[in-house]
Design a protein around this ligand. Sequence first.
Ligand code: NAD
Length: 469
Amino acid sequence: MSKKNTAVIPSSEQEIIDIVAKQHDYFKTGATKSYQQRRESLLKLKAALIKYEPEMHTALKQDLHKPEFESYLSETGFSLHDLSTTLKKLKSWMKPKWRFTSLLTQPGSSHIHYSPLGVNLIIAPYNYPIMLTFSPLIAALAAGNTAVIKTSELTPACSAITRKIINETFVPEYVAYIEGEVPETTVLLEQKFEHIFFTGSPRVGSIIMRAAAKNLTPVTLELGGKSPCIVHDDAKIDIAVNRIVSGKFLNAGQTCVAPDYVMVHKSIKEAFLAKLKQRIMSTYGEDASLSPDFARIVSDNHFQRISSLIDPAKVLVGGQTEAESRFIAPTVLRDVVTTDKVMADEIFGPVLPVLEYEQLEEVYQLVDQLPHHPLACYIFSESATVQQEIINKIQAGGACINQCLLHAANHHIPFGGVGESGMGAYHGFDGFECFSHKKGVLKSVTWMENPLTYAPYGNKINILRKFMK
Ligand code: NAD
């Protein structure tokens, strides 16, 4: 796959320092805060995303061989849907949220005022380079902020079109695009921001957090992990198989919330595996390299890393690889055990290990012994008791019951990790909150006094005791 005409033009250290300083000055003017300004910038972004949709799809094809349908579903269409929801709801999100005023603090009223945080740094990964750049940006603009954007060096075509969109739509003191790799990001991280929003691996997440600590900058970390998919003995196998295949092999498995591995109940294991094989064949054909609906691995390094996880002795279906085009067939490994290499870290590719269990307790123990807290947990079961038990017992960033991935597509619920899979959440109103400071405001009346807390205190402590019980 060609990556020509999309060379990185690294920003110089001085350019980076100047851009961040200009954003601080611009933010202080208050220009980004009004409802009209926020709305106008979101509308401008919407127009740009519509105008450049074909170019973004071409770039996604070039970088990841993404099928156009997937590009629209999970990148451009996703961002446009995000924009429409935000534009529709922005006015109500910005309104003060009223809270109860305790007896001690009466007479008066209390509310939350949402203030923008200020200058934000948004760092995006390679796997959904358009959506994971624009979704946080939409939330940042909606909340009245400025933003500096840094995309991944692994997707140069997407970086080039993102740069074009940002530069044509915004002045750099409002939204700026910084080009570069680790050295440029390191310079960026030395600057003072009011918030860093990072999407990427737990390893780099930890670098980001360490850099942020120097300036006491709050971070939102959207990271990864090994997300389990549990198929219980009462699951509807056909439904489970359809949804697992779709969730795992979208973007050739390079999805942070892809089911990393399946744990299937021993009693239905063989039926499940047979249907899984059938489904992969009917979806991508005998030779998935000919399918128009299957993406490729982003880089040679990732191709080597993922290929090395395939144990030929355990391949149920797939296993074919082709280095030149970075193709790895949709692959299922059977009879996998926890000590297999494929279970050591997040797979982030089209390889699906299947393990078996008899008691749910074995599932909990396995999830617990793996290195990362899962970003997502998927449960296939018809029993409300089993569903609830798994939701309660497995600590994961998010979950789907009888589905894969789609919790991340619903803008009405928060999306984020827990523990090593991340901190903070966004999407919809939660995204607006993520880029806002929730200022608690108490407004007292002036038409009367409440002298309870004034000296001289005398024996007011007895009244205080009643109020504070
Ligand atoms: P990555 O951590 O390698 O890179 C992410 C970003 O960090 C890129 O822009 C990269 O240029 C930058 N970066 C890399 N090394 C750096 C360093 N030393 N200092 C500063 N910046 C550096 O992640 P990736 O490979 O692009 O993406 C895959 C990972 O991201 C997976 O772990 C996946 O689960 C995770 N992810 C999480 C989400 C989510 O929403 N939680 C979404 C997508 C991907």
